[in-house]
Design a protein around this ligand. Structure first.
Ligand SMILES: *Cc1c(COP(=O)(O)O)cnc(C)c1O
Length: 220
């Protein structure tokens, strides 16, 4: 199957309200261009340097999403162009993104990454920390960021019941915290679901899926 075929197969299954992020990490620009030529305009990468190299080489109507863990000292490299940062998991990082966005005269959209898996290794916030960030007395001073919603990664398992309970939990948090009114909060995106679990994620309320290997093939 070609990349364009894979992409079209997946698109056919996605409800209209669900945005597809094509996760192209480790893949060469030639592969990304095949997806681009098939109409894909949103790409997800997990390393800032790799994403920046691809951004430099590729058409400028692409929206680049940072889906990986972000180190504060590297935010400056993507601040000029990044469209959405999925993996924001601390107040400190949010402050740094705001600072770099201001330097570039931009407002950068962010998602807060929640810890929903049972695995220790997955990054993310617990509800208490989410609550703290969204009620931080200085949040509205961060006028160069816009918090657009939540992101999460489920446990790596084929156990459907477990995936469902983790995705449902994230959806509950999304609905609960959506009601907070602040100038730089605009909860509209719930980013959950990858190649192995996106259908379940969508059934649990996801409206943004991050799909890599089902489009581009396995990564070595
Ligand atoms: C790699 C990655 C994906 C895509 O994974 P696939 O299983 O290849 O679809 C999605 N989200 C994040 C955060 C990733 O790092």
């Amino acid at each position: 199957m070609s990349i364009a075929n894979n992409l079209n197969q997946i698109r056919k299954q996605l409800p209209e309200n669900v945005t597809l992020v094509a996760v192209s990490k480790t893949k060469p620009v030639s592969d990304l261009m095949q997806a681009y030529e098939a109409g894909q305009r949103i790409f997800g990468e997990n390393k800032i340097q790799e994403m920046t190299e691809k951004w430099e080489q590729m058409p400028k109507d692409i929206q680049w999403h940072m889906i990986g863990h972000v180190q504060s000292n590297k935010v400056k490299y993507m601040a000029p162009y990044v469209a959405l940062i999925h993996g924001v998991d601390s107040w400190k990082l949010l402050v740094e993104i705001n600072k770099q966005a201001a330097k570039n005269n931009r407002v950068i959209s962010c998602l807060l990454q929640m810890h929903i898996a049972t695995e220790e290794t997955k990054f993310g916030l617990y509800e208490e920390e989410l609550h703290e960030i969204l009620h931080h007395p200085e949040l509205e001073k961060l006028t160069n960021v816009c918090i657009q919603g939540l992101m999460g990664m489920a446990t790596f398992t084929e156990e459907e019941a477990k995936l469902k309970s983790e995705f449902r939990y994230l959806n509950e948090l999304f609905i609960k915290y959506k009601t907070i009114q602040k100038s730089n909060l605009d909860f509209q995106t719930l980013s959950m679901g990858m190649s192995g679990d996106y259908q379940i994620a969508i059934s649990c309320g996801s409206n943004m899926v991050r799909i890599g290997s089902s489009i581009f093939g396995f990564r070595s």
